[in-house]
Design a protein around this ligand. Structure first.
Ligand code: C2O
Ligand code: CU
Ligand code: CU
Length: 492
């Protein structure tokens, strides 16, 4: 609740002189009074949409406008990928070549990024690969990493938060031989269930609210009062009475979810951002910041006929209703050993780089977009994102320690690095402060107020061309859009 206090104390004071400016650039331009409050439990939960799979190595994706009926009787204008809201789950296999045709049928530029994939920077889909309206982008790459749960989403300079809110996101699942050989639940939509978890706020006319309370929505990031899972508000999943695997993706713009089942049900955490952990770890809660993923397995064998709920105990919002109302097909058993996990050996690091996440208020140093208009800038090492500046240069295959500090005790950030996965060494000086899923391969990490996190990162395989670097940034999308992003080049 620290963030709330900060927003109230700082945000309200700063907001005062701005009252009267009205909406405008970047915001949705509607008065907050047109918001319809969330809360209450809907009479009947909609069924959990199962995101369709797309496989085979060739992916034709169309960014398009649409509309969806999230709330009874209201139509919400949306963006989607080959559909109204969100996109298909792209299923790839380690070793296979993946080729894409991404067509932008929107009336605004958009970039689409493959979050967590180890690929050349020119294929990565950051702001340097923005697709003009009507244009088609054709990246291709070899899938080189271990199996796991990844995602793709809009990554358009200054517009990422709004475009993701509108629906430009989807899941990526990578399979590999090791994962296939394990007795894990893997029947898509049956005992292997994707959960793209987001939050949204709505206007009374059905439209998504975006920056409708501009100052706090930028400082704390855009949070909603309703939870969407796979594009439905607090839906109901129907699952078999056996072990069920949930692939959890925090696809929210800014909210940090602390997932827990009602009744403190124990589950096994089996995978982090970058794939399987060495061994399953029992847990009762799981905290994911925006951009992070984890896979968990819950054993419902003895629960036939029951209904359980998955909640976000940080907000008190219900995420998912789970009806254990189907007969078990093939029975599975989570093995005691999952993968050969890479070890973080900090003695191998050749240097340490420091990154300080902070912000500026006023003083003519505003960041991009709406934040800049309001005199705010989100900074890494005191600098606001500049697409024409390479902030760091790494050498290929040289392990480094990145020491990342969130200097503001009242702010939350989420650090994400493109191009390579990393291993966390410690948080606030101790490895004991790392959660189970933080002990596997990561590409995104929570930075709570005042946190210092140290991670071990090696960039492999792909030196970057001049002018086409990898991004690293805060995955709270309003902070990213407000300038909290840097660029790293990789030389041989
Ligand atoms: Cu998921 Cu640079 O983003
Ligand atoms: Cu990414
Ligand atoms: Cu941030």
């Amino acid at each position: 609740m620290k963030r709330r206090q900060f927003v109230t104390a700082t945000g309200a004071a700063l907001l005062a002189p701005l009252v009267g400016c009205g909406g405008g650039g970047g915001t949705d331009g509607l008065a907050p009074s047109t918001l319809i409050p969330g809360g209450g439990t809907p009479s009947a939960a909609p069924p959990l949409p199962v995101l369709p799979l797309m496989a085979g190595g060739n992916f034709a994706l169309n960014l398009q406008q649409g509309s969806a009926a999230f709330l009874a009787g209201l139509s919400t204008p949306t963006y989607g990928i080959n559909g109204n809201y969100l996109g298909p789950t792209l299923r790839m296999r380690r070793g296979e070549n993946a080729a894409f045709a991404v067509t932008n049928s929107l009336s605004e530029p958009a970039a689409i990024h493959w979050h967590g994939l180890h690929i050349p920077a020119a294929m990565d889909g950051g702001p340097h690969q923005t697709i003009a309206p009507g244009g088609t982008w054709r990246p291709s790459f070899n899938v080189r990493q271990a199996g796991g749960t990844f995602w793709y989403h809009a990554h358009t300079a200054g517009e990422t938060g709004r475009q993701v809110t509108m629906g430009l996101a989807g899941m990526i699942v990578i399979d590999d031989d090791n994962m296939d050989a394990l007795d894990l639940p893997h029947t898509w939509g049956d005992d292997d269930i994707p959960l793209v978890v987001q939050d949204r706020r709505f206007h009374a006319d059905g439209r998504f609210a975006y920056l409708s309370n501009a100052m706090p929505d930028i400082i704390g990031g855009m949070m909603g009062d309703r939870i969407l899972v796979n594009g439905a508000i607090t839906p109901r999943a129907s699952v078999p009475a056996k072990e069920v695997r949930f692939r959890l993706l925090n696809g929210a713009n800014a909210r940090v979810f602390r997932f827990a089942f009602a009744g403190q049900r124990t589950f096994q955490v089996i995978a982090s951002d970058g794939g399987l952990l060495e061994a399953p770890v029992a847990a009762t809660t799981l905290t994911l910041s925006p951009g992070e993923r984890a896979e968990i397995v819950v054993d419902f064998t003895a629960d036939a006929g029951r209904t359980l709920t998955l909640n976000d105990i940080a907000s008190g919002l219900r995420v998912l209703e789970i009806g254990i109302d189907r007969a078990a097909g093939r029975v599975t058993h989570v093995p005691a050993r999952l993968a050969i996990a890479p070890r973080a050996d900090e003695a191998t690091a050749l240097r340490t780089r420091d990154f300080v996440f902070g912000m500026t208020m006023g003083g003519g140093m505003g960041g991009m977009g709406m934040a800049g208009t309001m005199g705010m800038g989100f900074t890494i090492n005191g600098r606001i994102f500049d697409m024409n500046r390479i902030d760091e240069t790494m050498r290929l295959d040289e392990p480094e320690i990145w020491r990342v500090r969130n200097v503001d005790p009242g702010m939350t950030h989420s650090m994400h690095i493109h191009g390579g996965t990393f291993l966390l060494l410690d948080r606030n000086g101790s490895a004991a402060n790392l959660a189970p899923h933080e002990r596997g391969l990561k590409d995104t990490v929570l930075l709570s107020g005042g946190d210092t996190v140290r991670l071990l990162l090696t960039m492999r395989d792909y030196p970057t061309a001049t002018g086409t670097p990898y991004m690293y940034h805060c995955h709270i999308l309003e902070h990213e859009d407000g300038g909290m992003m840097g660029q790293v080049g990789v030389t041989t």
